[in-house]
Design a protein around this ligand. Structure first.
Ligand SMILES: [Zn+2]
Length: 299
C-alpha cells in the first residue's frame, strides 16, 4: 500500500489523473492503524471549477482533501496522508461505530464535539455548487470509479463511504442531482454495484451503550498535557470539552471560550466540569468518570 500503487491503480482504471506537486508526502499521520477509517465526500463552494491549489493552503498545513474532482472528469491527487482542515478530533470508538452503522451520526457527532472528522477520513472535494443541480455524468463516474479504487486500496467496505452531511448537521454536502441523500447513495451504489442498504439512524441517544460508556477513560485536570509540553493533546479530553460546550459550559480560561476544545484538561476545563456536575446535582469533583460521561452524553 503506497501512493505509487494507488496512482497506478487509478490510472489502470482509466481515470484522467493529475498529480499535484508533493501529494505523495502531503498530510498528517492517520490516527488509527496508519489508515483512514472511511471515505468522506464533500462538495466545494463556488467558483466552479474550484481552484485546486486552494485545497492545500496557504497556509501549507491547511489540507482540505486527499482528492478532488472537476466537472470535466479530471481527478486531482492532493494528499496521500491525513487532512487536517475543518476537522475535529472525534472519538475513535464512536467513529468506528458510526462508520460501521453506515452511517448517520449527524447531530450526535456535533453533540459530541466531533466537528468535521476530516482527520479520520479520506476526503474528496468535488467541484460543484452544492445547490442540488445535476452533476455531469463524467464527474460522477470519476468519483465512483476512484472511490472504488480507494476503498480497495485501504481494504474498506462500501458502507464506510459517508457524506459530510451525515457526519454533522452543520453541513449539507455533497448535494447534487436533487439532494445529499441521492448524491451519497449514487456513490455507494456505484461502488458496491448494488443498491445500498439504508440503515435508519438509531433512536436519539440510543447508540451510547453502557458498554461503550464504560470503555471511556476517566479524565481529570492535568490530562492532555504531555511532559514535553503542548505537543500531545488528548482527543478524549477534546471530546469531553466539546460535550461540556454542547451542554452550555464554556472554558472561561480560554481565549476562545465559545469553541475551545484544545485537548488539554486545565483549570478552565476543571471549572466547567465542576459547574456542569453541580448543575446535575452530582459530586462536584472535576473528574470525568462514568457518571459524568453519562450525564454529558445526555443519557
Ligand atoms: Zn464538506
Amino acid at each position: 500500500m503506497s501512493a505509487t500503487k494507488l496512482l497506478a491503480d487509478l490510472r489502470a482504471a482509466g481515470l484522467h489523473v493529475v498529480e499535484e506537486p508533493g501529494w505523495k508526502k502531503r498530510g498528517w499521520r492517520w490516527r488509527v492503524d496508519g489508515e483512514p477509517e472511511g471515505v468522506m465526500q464533500h462538495h466545494t463552494a463556488p467558483p466552479n471549477p474550484f481552484p485546486i491549489k486552494k485545497l492545500y493552503g496557504p497556509p501549507s498545513y491547511f489540507i482540505k482533501c486527499n482528492m478532488a474532482t472537476h466537472e470535466d472528469g479530471t481527478l486531482y491527487l492532493v494528499a496521500y496522508r491525513a487532512c487536517n482542515y475543518s476537522s475535529g478530533y472525534g472519538m475513535l470508538s464512536v467513529l468506528r461505530d458510526n462508520v460501521r452503522k453506515s452511517i448517520a451520526p449527524t447531530h450526535n457527532a456535533t453533540k459530541r464535539g466531533a466537528k468535521g472528522g476530516n482527520k479520520h477520513f479520506w476526503n474528496y472535494e468535488n467541484s460543484h455548487p452544492g445547490d442540488g443541480s445535476d452533476i455531469p455524468q463524467v464527474q460522477l463516474d470519476t468519483i465512483i470509479v476512484s472511490t472504488q479504487v480507494v476503498v480497495d486500496h485501504f481494504g474498506m467496505d462500501p458502507e464506510q463511504i459517508i457524506s459530510h452531511a451525515e457526519w454533522t448537521r452543520r453541513k449539507i454536502d455533497p448535494r447534487w442531482n436533487g439532494s445529499n441523500r441521492i448524491a451519497i447513495n449514487q456513490i455507494r451504489e456505484g461502488v458496491a454495484g448494488t443498491p445500498p442498504v439504508i440503515i435508519p439512524p438509531p433512536p436519539s441517544g440510543d447508540d451510547w451503550t453502557t458498554e461503550l460508556i464504560m470503555a471511556l477513560p476517566t479524565l481529570a485536570k492535568g490530562d492532555g498535557f504531555a511532559s514535553e509540553g503542548k505537543a500531545e493533546t488528548r482527543p478524549d479530553v477534546a471530546n469531553a470539552q466539546g460535550l461540556l460546550l454542547a451542554n452550555g459550559f464554556k472554558d472561561q480560561n480560554s481565549a476562545t471560550p465559545e469553541t475551545a476544545t484544545d485537548g488539554w484538561f486545565g483549570t478552565g476545563t476543571d471549572q466547567s466540569t465542576r459547574q456542569f456536575q453541580q448543575s446535575k446535582g452530582m459530586t462536584r469533583d472535576g473528574i470525568i468518570g462514568q457518571n459524568t460521561w453519562t450525564a454529558l452524553l445526555g443519557q
